[in-house]
Design a protein around this ligand. Structure first.
Ligand code: AMP
Ligand code: MG
Length: 653
């Protein structure tokens, strides 16, 4: 591959990505400019150095133990004197009269035929070469002791320096100091060590739309997630993050803030504003901050293509992509190795497990793709379910156990592939109860009780059909489904496969939602409401995605009509309510609890059955029993009713 001349262009007029580099090339360029370099170090007391890396080897200044030490309570003797001692033929030795407790330096020698009383940890006196345990002796009188066992030379003696010898390397540079290291240092009497000082990393968010948590959200604004994520991730990797806040996309103000941040920190990490959109200014500023400037802008990663790597007068300046998941992955993949190396820390060791991919995952050719996955235990071992909802989704992080990598040269990961999963935590947590299928807010009300009783539950939303497939592979205990069968006019039962049984869930009333002040719909029955909507050319609808149960209902209502907004097809009940509440649409179809929570008017259409396909072979598991009990409890019924869901017994026939 030919490398473009760098430092990169500094003229602000061109707005194209220079060249999208493979991740290895981008990382190599970044590291080539940054290393080798000295690790900034400082002296610290070991207790204040917890989690920091040693900047240099530590050698032992003394022998440990510092003297020949007794390991038992007993008598210091000469082994030759008692070579033939036994229970039948004990040997008598004269006591020297000295008693060596811990911390007492012996004054008298052990001569032939004599013994000295000694405690565990006491220094072995001159002349003695072995210790006999007190259990194998018998006092004759105050001056004589009877020995009833022989001893080989060296018995129960720890020689000086046998643990650590003076001058030996105790701990190597790069070792991260934990309680064990602190203990070793203390045992050697070391009160101060040279450690790599934490890297001072300035973190800035950029974007006119950003609001800090705790402040009220204004229209079209979003909360700044990256500031919190990046700061925490810096601290997790041995840095000392200073979050400087979110800055508007104002070139002059941002440049001043970036200069000030660089002056006081070892590294500067920004997020947002690195793509080519209007207002993306931070990358233009970098060229003015120091040499060599940008070394890579555009890396073949997914998510994370707009990543920008720069070095300004020896200090790294990074612009992470704006989407939080993209920011997170690029940070861990590209920035953490550099941050740790600069901080004198060893590379991160993330735990890995092997798991099977349940269905084909499409991937973009030419970009290294990271896909977050959630692990469940199936009949054939671990299965890794993708949890991502695109690079803009942040919630997928909490559902995910780790991620898989799809190499740049692959355009998909076939179903059934066995792949390594890099774990976010050191161990896989196999949940007590696994629920895979269609999601419903009512489910949270049932699960709440299980969480409170300490059970771990994994609930993955993959739709009704995906849930049935998972159940057929034995990957879940229960699959929530709401599938209408037009042939039989019934819900769910016709879709059960062998080895599954139906557990009745609840009914969700579907209906037309509108803003309560909209006179076009107020007080109308469903059919009249649809007619009113279709009669008014200004009336906008919001639809649902193909394949959703709600969509079947909408298509029946509309017939061949295609009113404005028909092609707006979000994938959830909540998105429909948000579109109407925020006036992007005037009506749509969603479930009653969602309409109620959004404060919308509601015209009932039909009750939908939300039930569970239970994998029969797993019905006896304690967590499944606990779920069934929670589902049947009167508390759950009350909570469901309160939220607008009806249990079958209570619903109208
Ligand atoms: P940008 O790279 O500035 O074009 O941002 C890409 C997307 O990420 C936009 O939707 C931004 O609103 C979003 N974004 C940027 N910065 C943040 C942040 N700090 N927290 C959450 N989202 C962000
Ligand atoms: Mg922006």
């Amino acid at each position: 591959m030919t490398s473009p001349a760098f430092p990169a262009r500094k003229d602000a007029d061109q707005e194209q990505f220079l060249e999208v580099l493979p991740r290895e090339e981008a990382l190599a360029r970044f590291e080539a400019v940054l290393f080798p370099r000295a690790v900034p170090a400082e002296e610290r007391a070991p207790a204040d150095a917890l989690g920091l890396a040693l900047a240099e080897d530590v050698t032992a200044p003394i022998d440990v133990p510092p003297f020949d030490r007794s390991n038992v309570d007993g008598f210091a003797v000469r082994a030759a004197d008692i070579a033939r001692a036994s229970e039948a033929q004990p040997v008598r030795l004269a006591l020297t009269g000295e008693i060596i407790a811990c911390g007492v330096a012996p004054q008298l020698s052990v001569l032939a035929g004599t013994a000295t009383s000694i405690a565990t940890g006491g220094p072995v006196p001159r002349g003695a070469d072995a210790i006999v345990m007190v259990e194998h002796t018998h006092p004759v009188d105050g001056d004589v002791i009877e020995i009833r066992r022989s001893a080989s030379p060296g018995q129960f003696v720890s020689y000086a320096g046998s643990d650590i010898a003076r001058g030996e390397i105790l701990l190597r540079a790069g070792t991260v100091i934990g309680s064990r290291e602190i203990g070793m240092l203390a045992a050697c009497g070391i009160a101060s060590v040279k450690v790599a000082r934490k890297l001072r990393v300035a973190v800035m968010s950029t974007g006119d739309e950003l609001i800090q948590p705790g402040e009220p959200l204004r229209p079209a604004a979003i909360y700044d997630a990256n500031g919190a994520i990046v700061s925490a991730a810096v601290n997790e990797n041995g840095g000392d993050a200073a979050f400087l806040g979110a800055f508007p996309d104002d070139e002059a103000a941002l440049e001043a803030a970036m200069r000030a941040a660089l002056a006081n920190h070892d590294m500067l990490i920004l997020s947002g504003g690195t793509s080519k959109g209007a207002g993306d200014v931070s990358h233009r500023i970098i060229g003015r901050l120091g040499e060599p400037g940008i070394v890579a802008h555009g890396v073949a990663l997914k998510p994370g293509k707009p990543l920008c790597l720069a070095v300004c007068d020896g200090k790294p300046v990074v612009i992470l992509p704006g989407f939080p998941t993209s920011a997170m992955f690029t940070f861990h993949d590209m920035i953490v190795p550099v941050l740790r190396r600069m901080a004198g820390l060893p590379p991160r060791m993330d735990a890995e497990v092997t798991a099977r991919i349940p269905f084909r995952i499409a991937s973009e050719l030419g970009r290294t793709e990271f896909v977050m996955v959630s692990l469940v235990e199936g009949r054939e071992g671990l299965a890794a379910y993708p949890t991502g909802k695109g690079s803009g989704a942040i919630t997928s992080f909490t559902q995910a156990d780790g991620f898989i990598r799809i190499e740049a040269l692959a355009d998909n990961m076939p179903a059934g592939s066995e792949v390594p999963v890099t774990l976010f935590t050191p161990h896989v947590r196999v949940p007590d109860l696994v629920i895979i299928g269609s999601n419903c807010t009512g489910l949270d009300l049932v699960l709440g009780e299980l969480f409170r009783s300490g059970l771990s539950v994994r609930s993955l939303a993959v739709g009704s059909l995906g849930g049935l497939a998972a159940a057929s592979r034995g990957e879940c205990d229960l699959a929530p489904i709401h599938l209408f069968d037009p042939k039989t006019g019934s819900y769910n039962v016709p879709f059960l496969m062998e080895g599954m049984e139906l557990v009745e869930g609840w009914r969700r009333m579907q209906g037309i939602v509108f803003r309560p002040d909209d006179e076009r719909f107020e007080g109308l029955a469903a059919e009249d409401a649809i007619k009113a909507a279709l009669d008014d050319p200004d009336c906008m609808m919001v639809n649902r995605n193909q394949g959703a149960g709600t969509r079947i209902l909408i298509d029946r209502l509309l017939g061949s009509a295609r009113p404005g907004g028909y092609w707006n097809q979000p994938r959830s009940h909540n998105a429909v309510a948000a579109a109407v509440a925020q006036k992007r649409a005037d009506w749509g179809v969603t479930i009653q609890p969602v309409a109620r929570a959004a404060g919308l008017g509601f015209i009932p259409l039909a009750g939908e059955h939300y039930d569970f396909a239970l994998v029969s072979s797993r019905a006896g598991r304690p967590a499944v029993q606990a779920f069934l009990a929670a589902l049947a409890s009167s508390e759950t019924h009350a909570a469901l009713a309160q939220a607008g869901f009806a249990r079958p017994a209570q619903s109208a026939p």
